[in-house]
Design a protein. Structure first.
Lengths: 740, 152
């Protein structure tokens, strides 16, 4: 996902440092009255905001806020972070609730957008709003607690005024203010008066000993009921009067463009409204989805394929394999002299790993809804993972000022990174279609599953060549990892983050290998392929964790060492890694007996500031791999919502397991994508899901990520267990291919 | 005009008979709890009950529904569905939630037929319902939990 993607100077703050250094003073708290509501975070002319030197720059969205308390005692949290299922809204709301003192029943969370000063991601330095790199809690940790505490103190100050008592004698709890003489008022009763109080500039946050919400294992997601009765709306469910539905026609090969088209026959289909051009191809617009789909079948298009990618994925991977044995273009890490140490090693172990393209394949196919309202404002509904960028892109396509575009952030049916695309693909396509229709009706662009799967933006294919040298005592004296594949950042507005030719998303997890190895090099060769690629849940770690941890296991076998004990020896300088691996080994009873016919593998990987260790227990019947149980330990700093953390580990494991077992997106020779639906692209199903036990390492560090870090370790843990079971190493993913 | 009985209510539907029931439910009847995921009966997000049986509404032509009673997530009730929904809430099953209408319709149908399912029964009944968030671990636990509620 969007992992610390900010241009230029900000590249320097990548990694955990960015999260650790998030400052409370990096954001602005203001307050204002809006009618009879208290609005915390409002960008009004308060002293707190005037000092920022940019006060004249008006927000694009006039409703900007962190927390709104209405007269009817409703508390609305405006989340800077998008919820694609990972529970960001619940996390942000928990932080507000902890400080404000209120009940879930009175709380609502909506997606915020349109004011980077309020909503910029603090883990990225605050310069862009976005959700990714598992940073939502790191970014929100101080911001939303401070917002909640500010609201609480202003409510108390208003009540103190009203009742003629000291503010310190007032208790704010469960949405109610109680005075020393038994005076009572709801937050809603006091909201309008509170809005007139001065904004405190240094509110005290509750100490950890006073937490009742943060770390509460009993707290379940506040929004779960609406996800069990069909009432939770997604972009596909947006209802507007006269809403039309469009389906796209995209080029059959990446890089092809429309030469000409004939839509006359399609326009005769009952319910088809029009066929219009979009930046990427065409859109068939109907009164409803089925009319659009039927009309689309009758459109004929001549494509200009002169600039298209025509290599198949087999050919692409063959080129990568060849490149992997040559010298890398750039180095991403170079400790000591690995080549020299390899030459002098007692034994050299070498392996080459191949990783296919992967599709995100979220259950809600990509979509957006666009409507130019009666005030001329262009409203855009969607799963806006990077709303500022989408707002700018929408304005550009609509040919209006960005202030004339308003973003409505919807929850999405999954995402896994696919809803953060620098060129705003489905968003601008929808705006273009609505514009081509003369803005005469609201338009929903709804991709079908096939559109979604064949449209590109895949986890890039990679080849890793890894070599290591052991000395006569079996110590690792050299490690060299050469990674070959496409850059995710290259050719996008985030290109400025590529430092000295190294796209960090290609090597992360590999160049941060924690093991104490004196000569360690990681090289990168970035390839030129026209298949559009993107971050996919856990980004670089989706392949680097597999290559490094499966290879480590191979070395342990070669050296005759226990994979857990040997790792413990080599991570002595990494206490978080040590604690996490120790915990999982204890919980799984690593050194104890294993049931008959079952075999175990272990892995350890840090991503997005969190350390995760997993032990997988498998049985193998022929080439059929069955994962029975996974033990998982995670150090993600302060555990805000333990149940959500467990859910993210469980889901991350299932997501990663599906990918290593069966997922593969291939291009035929000629360049056409070969998978269109879930009959040929194969995510995990319930009958393949293991039992999972998650343990959280106690920590009082600031929170780090949980949305992604559960995914990387499962592949190598299972591969290492399969080796224990069969003596076979799997170098080609998915297993369906590499374990045939 | 076609007549469709959805959740006990008759709807006049202006659609060609080949329109999948899913789009009639969503776009014409305006009931959007039933989700579009694949259009190929491969993901189960569109699962509804037709005369009580779980059906993938994306592969069921609206012209073939006839007098049958269609039940969607908005209208599902009865002991099994109630137990399933309560278990889903208590075990905090959903993540994004997009597939869960279909999961719940499949689970409710399973428990109506098989009140105390084994893990194999659950695999057989639920493996047509994809969850890309992989909430399967909790879905399985919630179905067992719902079965216990039904027994009680």
């Amino acid at each position: 996902m969007l992992n610390q993607r900010i241009p230029g100077k900000l590249a320097a703050i990548m990694g955990t440092a960015a999260q650790a250094e998030t400052s409370r003073r990096n954001f602005l708290i203001g307050a204002a009255a809006a009618g009879s509501a208290l609005v915390i975070g409002f960008r009004a002319s308060t002293p707190a905001l005037a000092s920022d030197g940019n006060a004249e720059e008006a927000p694009i969205n006039p409703l900007s806020a962190y927390v709104t308390i209405d007269e009817d005692n409703t508390i609305t949290v405006h989340s800077a972070h998008f919820d694609m299922g990972q529970g960001a809204y619940h996390g942000v709301a928990t932080l507000v609730k902890q400080e404000l003192g209120c009940s879930w029943q009175q709380m609502a969370v909506i997606g915020a957008a349109g004011n980077v000063k309020l909503y910029g991601n603090l883990a990225w330095g605050g310069f862009a709003q976005g959700t990714g790199g598992s940073t939502a809690m790191a970014s929100s940790w101080d911001r939303y607690r401070t917002a909640g505490a500010t609201a609480r103190e202003m409510l108390k100050a208003a009540a103190a005024n009203e009742w003629g008592v000291a503010s310190t004698n007032i208790v704010a709890e469960a949405g109610t203010l109680t005075g020393p003489g038994g005076q009572q008022a709801t937050y809603g009763d006091m909201a309008a008066k509170a809005a007139e109080m001065p904004v405190p500039t240094d509110v005290a946050l509750k100490p950890a000993e006073a937490w009742t919400e943060i770390g509460n294992e009993k707290t379940l997601r506040f929004d779960r009921a609406g996800k069990t009765d069909g009432t939770q709306d997604f972009t596909i469910d947006v209802k507007l009067p006269g809403l039309l539905t469009a389906v796209p026609i995209h080029p059959p090969k990446f890089g092809a463009t429309v030469a000409s088209f004939d839509a006359e026959e399609a326009k005769q289909v009952k319910g088809v409204v029009d066929v219009v051009q979009t930046p990427r191809g065409l859109a068939v617009v109907g009164e409803h989805m089925w009319a659009a789909i039927k009309g689309r079948e009758l459109v004929t298009v001549e494509w200009d394929e002169s600039g298209a990618e025509t290599r198949g994925s087999e050919a692409i991977l063959a080129e990568y394999r060849a490149q992997s044995t040559e010298a890398p273009t750039v180095m991403a890490r170079n400790d000591g002299n690995a080549e020299e140490a390899l030459a002098g090693a007692d034994r050299v172990v070498e392996a080459t790993y191949e990783f296919p393209f992967l599709a995100h394949a979220a259950l809600e196919p990509l979509n957006a809804v666009v409507h130019r309202n009666e005030d001329g404002i262009i409203e855009v509904w969607g799963g806006h993972q990077i709303p500022d960028i989408y707002q700018m892109a929408s304005a550009q396509v609509a040919d209006v000022d960005p202030s004339q575009v308003r973003m409505h952030v919807m929850k999405s049916g999954g995402g896994f990174g696919r809803r953060a695309v620098a060129d705003a693909d489905v968003i601008v396509e929808t705006v273009a279609a609505a514009k081509a229709l003369g803005w005469r009706a609201p338009v929903r662009m709804q991709w079908t599953r096939e559109d979604d799967m064949t449209a590109g933006r895949y986890r890039p294919a990679y080849v890793h060549r890894v070599r290591a040298g052991l000395d006569a005592n079996g110590n690792i004296i050299a490690w060299d990892n050469h990674i070959v594949g496409q850059s995710i950042l290259g050719g996008t507005p985030f290109e400025g983050m590529i430092q000295d030719g190294v796209d960090a998303t290609s090597v992360e997890g590999s160049n941060t290998l924690p093991y104490a190895i004196p000569n360690l090099s990681v090289g990168l060769t970035t390839t030129d392929v026209k298949v559009p690629v993107l971050w996919w849940r856990a980004v670089g770690s989706t392949h680097t964790a597999y290559a490094t941890e499966a290879f480590f296991d191979e070395l342990a076998t070669a050296a005759g060492k226990d994979p857990v004990e040997w790792r413990m020896e080599l991570i002595k300088d990494h206490p978080r890694h040590s604690e996490t691996l120790k915990l999982v080994a204890e919980k799984a009873d690593w050194s104890g007996p294993v049931p008959e016919g079952r075999f175990r593998g272990v892995s350890l990987h840090e991503s997005f500031g969190s350390v995760v260790a997993q032990i997988a227990e498998v049985s193998v019947d022929g080439t059929d791999v069955r994962v029975h149980k996974v033990w998982c330990a995670v150090d993600c700093g302060t555990a805000i919502n333990p149940d959500t953390i467990k859910a993210q580990m469980e889901g991350g494991i299932g997501f990663g397991l599906g990918s290593i077992l069966s997922e593969e997106l291939t291009l035929a020779d000629g360049g056409e994508v070969e998978q269109g639906n879930y009959d040929s692209y194969l995510p995990l199903r319930i009958d393949q899901m293991p039992e999972i036990e998650v343990h959280i390492v106690p920590s009082d560090n600031p929170p780090t990520g949980v949305g992604e870090p559960g995914t990387p370790p499962i592949g190598p843990a299972v591969a290492n267990a399969v080796f224990a079971a069969t003596g076979k190493r799997i170098y080609n993913l998915p297993f369906a291919k590499g374990f045939a | 005009m076609l007549k469709l009985n959805i959740n006990g209510k008759d709807h006049e539907i202006d659609a060609d008979p080949d329109m999948p029931l899913m789009w009639a439910i969503r776009d014409l009847a305006g009931l959007t709890g039933t989700k579009f995921g694949c259009g190929l009966a491969m993901c189960g997000a569109c699962t509804v009950h037709v005369d009580g049986f779980p059906m993938r509404s994306c592969q069921f032509a609206v012209g073939d529904v006839g007098e049958s009673r269609v039940t969607t997530i908005e209208g599902v009730n009865g002991a099994a569905a109630t137990a399933v929904q309560a278990a889903w809430v208590d075990l905090d099953v959903p993540q994004c939630g997009y597939c869960q209408s279909g999961q719940i319709m499949s689970a409710a149908a399973l428990l109506s037929e098989t009140p105390n399912p084994t893990d194999d029964d659950i695999d057989a009944a639920m493996s047509g319902n994809l969850c890309r968030c992989a909430t399967y671990h909790r879905i399985r636990a919630a179905i067992h939990d719902a079965a216990r509620r039904l027994e009680a």
